[in-house]
Design a protein around this ligand. Sequence first.
Ligand SMILES: Cc1cc2nc3c(=O)[nH]c(=O)nc-3n(C[C@H](O)[C@H](O)[C@H](O)COP(=O)(O)OP(=O)(O)OC[C@H]3O[C@@H](n4cnc5c(N)ncnc54)[C@H](O)[C@@H]3O)c2cc1C
Ligand SMILES: *[C@@H]1O[C@H](CO)[C@@H](O)[C@H](O)[C@H]1NC(C)=O
Ligand SMILES: *[C@@H]1O[C@H](CO)[C@@H](O)[C@H](O)[C@H]1NC(C)=O
Ligand SMILES: *[C@@H]1O[C@H](CO)[C@@H](O)[C@H](O)[C@H]1NC(C)=O
Length: 586
Amino acid sequence: MLYSTKRNEFRELLLFECLFLLAVMVSCSPPEEPVKCSSKNSNCTITNSYGTFADRAVCRAGNVAYPTTEQELVSIVSAATKAKRKMKVVTRFSHSIPKLVCPDGQDGLLISTKYLNHVVKIDAAAMTFTVESGVTLRQLIQEAAKAGLALPYAPYWWGLTIGGLLGTGAHGSSLWGKGSAVNDYVIEMRIVSPAGPEEGYAKVRVLTDRDKDLDAAKVSLGVLGVISQVTFKLQPLFKRSITYVTKDDTDLGDEAITFGKMHEFADIFWYPSQRKAVYRIDDRVSSNASGNGLYDFTPFRSTPSLALALVRSTEETQESLRDADGKCLSANLLTSTLQMGAYGLTNNGIIFTGYPVIGFHDRLQSSGTCLDSLDDSVINACAWDPRIKGEFFQQTTFSIGLSVVKSFIEDVQTLVALEPKAFCGLELYNGILMRYVKASSAYLGKQEDAIDFDITYYRSKDPMAPRLYQDILDEIEQIGLLKYGALPHWGKNRNLAFDGVIKKYKNAGKFLKVKNMYDPSGLFSSEWTDQILGLTNEVTTLKEGCALEGLCICSQDIHCAPSQGYLCRPGKIFQNASVCTLVNPK
Ligand SMILES: Cc1cc2nc3c(=O)[nH]c(=O)nc-3n(C[C@H](O)[C@H](O)[C@H](O)COP(=O)(O)OP(=O)(O)OC[C@H]3O[C@@H](n4cnc5c(N)ncnc54)[C@H](O)[C@@H]3O)c2cc1C
Ligand SMILES: *[C@@H]1O[C@H](CO)[C@@H](O)[C@H](O)[C@H]1NC(C)=O
Ligand SMILES: *[C@@H]1O[C@H](CO)[C@@H](O)[C@H](O)[C@H]1NC(C)=O
Ligand SMILES: *[C@@H]1O[C@H](CO)[C@@H](O)[C@H](O)[C@H]1NC(C)=O
């Protein structure tokens, strides 16, 4: 992610400017709407927060509806069911990279949860918290804290909605308690699904933790209907103490497992080229421990678009010149700057004076101040905002069972030894984020205790352009998925990660049974969800250049970029991998 040394001063200046502008009645507003319609709420296109899906699909819909109550939601689903229309739920920001949100065809109906964004009920004594599904993670954390409650583990980014993060099994990092997936803290859910004429074409189901169906609905990919409300079991608000410690990564394979068991909120940034790992020592402490720390993660802050454009241009040049050394230099600068700035931690909300940073959980667990960027993002934005020239990346994110994760880490280290500079590209996006997840009772949730690897790297604006060291990162992707049976995050990844994915879920059959019961005509399904659920043809299609952006695993040179010297070759250490390799570089 982006960082520049001048940035803090710049930010202060911009903040000042923003406040000044506010004073003269120009508003500060968050990222763009993902749905755009040519006439009022009809003839629409839908995209995600990056402006591009994994396969660059252009998605259309006949119209979009904005229910404000469950009652309105029911009548919308009912009318569309009666008309046999395809439906999909769209959220305020639409953060998933795969095209989960696209209805098939041109005339589908988008149902937005933008105005289903209220807290319904807080029961402080029972520690339960009920929200509408369009409530964002930021709202949930802040509202719960006001009632003295906390969701113990959550994704690190404020911008996700409850419906969307449950839909894709999103998580934070922990091997403690029920683990880090938010879905494992759901105790009740209301979901609106299609029904027959005798039931008025739509029906609300109330699922409690005594219903087995809840295990289907709590990670549903959006194919069971519209989640209207969710009730979580929370905990009393507590304090945490965070210290980042940088170490040599030689024994990471062993360390990673014991570290996760030792610290409740442990995670690791891994910088393979630098042979370093940054361990986050993060535990609960007594509420009377002093400190009012704040985590405003640097890469999730608003960034001047001029700085973003400069960083992007630099990387584009490094790619076109195949300047690996340049990338390594930039990566070192970025990671050391982040480290010096404690990744955005402060001891009191203003400055960082040293570890440990102690503070209340709600101020440390997630962030995303770039959501409050200046209107139109001309000056300040989230780094990936598609309206400006900024970050544009691929994300390979999967979890590998604890029983085999050491071998995976060692395989990566073997590749590092062969091609050390190949990993500088991902260090430019702050390295590999390693987080802990636990086996879940959700049918489409994690199958075993595991470490989730989050790998972010350059994506060209040109889908036919090969990437620097494409072969090495693609080999790691295939080592994870094929050799160690990794489970891809449902809301991230390139298409190939989902090929045959459903075979990795032992309760997939139970999930499909519930889907057949809730939505027998598949009105909430699309070709994409049918493919990933194994109900139709495979996800990948073989065509010219398909392996360059992970739309396929290459089997012939034409799937790579032969005119630019990239040919389909076996992996360097995993023979079963097939990757686009630069043969005879000039
Ligand atoms: C900056 C950033 C940081 C991230 N950090 C993390 C992280 O720390 N951990 C993590 O696990 N993931 C993370 N993610 C990925 C994220 O969790 C997923 O992409 C998530 O699904 C997106 O949530 P959303 O609200 O944007 O949902 P969307 O992408 O809009 O929707 C996801 C799916 O859920 C369905 N859906 C949404 N609402 C409902 C509803 N009410 N009823 C039925 N179906 C519904 C949609 O139709 C779609 O199929 C991050 C993403 C970004 C951009
Ligand atoms: C729908 O929008 C597209 C552009 O997005 C436009 O070309 C087309 O004419 C519109 N159709 C109708 C019926 O409004
Ligand atoms: C903090 O609270 C604990 C009990 O929760 C108590 O034992 C301890 O003495 C307190 N410490 C201070 C410094 O007040
Ligand atoms: C490699 O491929 C062969 C032949 O397809 C297969 O039998 C073997 O199980 C694969 N090995 C791994 C580790 O995937």
